[in-house]
Ligand binder design. Sequence first.
Ligand SMILES: *Cc1c(COP(=O)(O)O)cnc(C)c1O
Length: 350
Amino acid sequence: MIEINKLVRPAILQLEPYSSARDEFKGKEGIFLDANENPFGTLNRYPDPHQSELKEKLGELRNINPTNIVIGNGSDEIIDMTIRIFCEPGQDKLLAFHPSYGMYKVAAAVNNVELVELQLNDSFQIDVGKLEPYLTDDRLKIIFICSPNNPTGNLINLKDIEFILQKFQGIIFLDEAYIDFANSDSSTKLIQKYNNLIVSQTFSKAWGLAGARVGVGYAQEEIISYFKKVKPPYNVSQLNQDAAIKAIENITQFEACKDEILNEKQRLTTALSNHKLVLKIYPSAANFILIEVTDADLIYTKLTQQKIITRNRNTYVPNCLRISIGTKDENDLFLCALQKIANEKSSVYR
Ligand SMILES: *Cc1c(COP(=O)(O)O)cnc(C)c1O
């Protein structure tokens, strides 16, 4: 067991969390004159600062105790709070891999925390040998691992994640934003075994609620207690909470949507596999595919001119575009636009 309190910033250890009106009186019945709310309207009351109903529903769904859950305003807030709990600005470091999700770098910079960036290997897996020397640096507080990885789409080998969990004395943040699309179990079950693991998920992707901003962190209760200290009490609006609760209650729609997206991913992959502008399709466990094309900047621009917006990841992985899986119609329009570019006389052939 790792002594988590030794990893937490002293300021956070000493912090008395804000006690909201809803903390001081927990009953549901009564005339509420305690929070300076407006007595009129429909959204006039502050939301539940503990998101209890959502945690209960989510706990049931994921087979996890609600006390092991923290809810954020998107998982981006979970990432930011994690850095603020563990990393002393200007002193501590965090480690992330490349190519991966760009927010780790931004969140590190916002908090004035040095980022160690390690290149993933040619299969976009962790080069454990290259990572090992960093594991003993006691200024290194957090390692971010994204699986399935964005923008590459692959799962990170579980044996490498477990190796790091066994060796590293700091916090491992496992970002599972796309795990529901993957044909693989979530690693949330590992939180029972490792008290330094935080697993994050989101309602933004498979649940179709990017507009609602609901992110989830799973960890042992000790880590959750630090989130409770730093979390703004009303970080997730009642609208967001209700949207997430409704989505969980409508699990059939969730499954149907997910299946449709996965079928479309398969169809799109097949359609692109012999395309003359496409040099490589990286295997994806997520709701997007990364493709290597003959000239990413040019094809990106030409697609945009036809109002098809893809993500140009050329600076992350040379000549790669990341394509989110859309509806059947949207994917057809994308394929059609790409074919049009391929048919141009001046186009770059393989
Ligand atoms: C989309 C995404 C998220 C989601 O962030 P939210 O703030 O929950 O919308 C988190 N991590 C990765 C890797 C993502 O691609």
